[in-house]
Design a protein around this ligand. Structure first.
Ligand code: HEC
Length: 79
């Protein structure tokens, strides 16, 4: 769980702590996103199927197993 939180902490500067979108920010929060949506987005960024600015490089830094773990973590966060 601790390691998982530190994976998620890498997302906090842009997507907010535990995926709670920063008030007034334009980026979507990740909290409460269904795990299947999250995984689809992240694998899309990784493969380049979903064009993105920063997320392409970022998603490539994670294994599929890490993406699955983060998907469950964010899906479990209250919105
Ligand atoms: C430097 C800022 C930054 C960081 C750090 C960052 N993101 Fe993102 N994220 C973005 C931007 C910008 C977008 C919009 C797509 C794009 O242009 O890359 C995005 C989009 C997303 C989306 C798609 C949301 C949607 O509903 O369309 C997901 C999922 C996502 N990020 C997950 C993550 C995860 C997981 C992490 C941490 C491992 C993370 N992001 C870290 C900037 C960031």
């Amino acid at each position: 769980m601790l390691r998982l939180r530190s994976l998620a902490a890498a997302c906090a500067p842009c997507h907010g702590t535990d995926g709670h979108a920063v008030a007034g920010a334009t980026l979507p929060g990740l909290a409460g996103m269904p795990a299947s949506d999250f995984t689809a987005q992240m694998t899309g960024f990784k493969s380049g199927a979903r064009p993105a600015t920063v997320m392409t490089q970022l998603a490539r830094g994670f294994s599929d197993a890490q993406i699955e773990q983060m998907a469950r973590f964010f899906a479990a966060q209250p919105k």
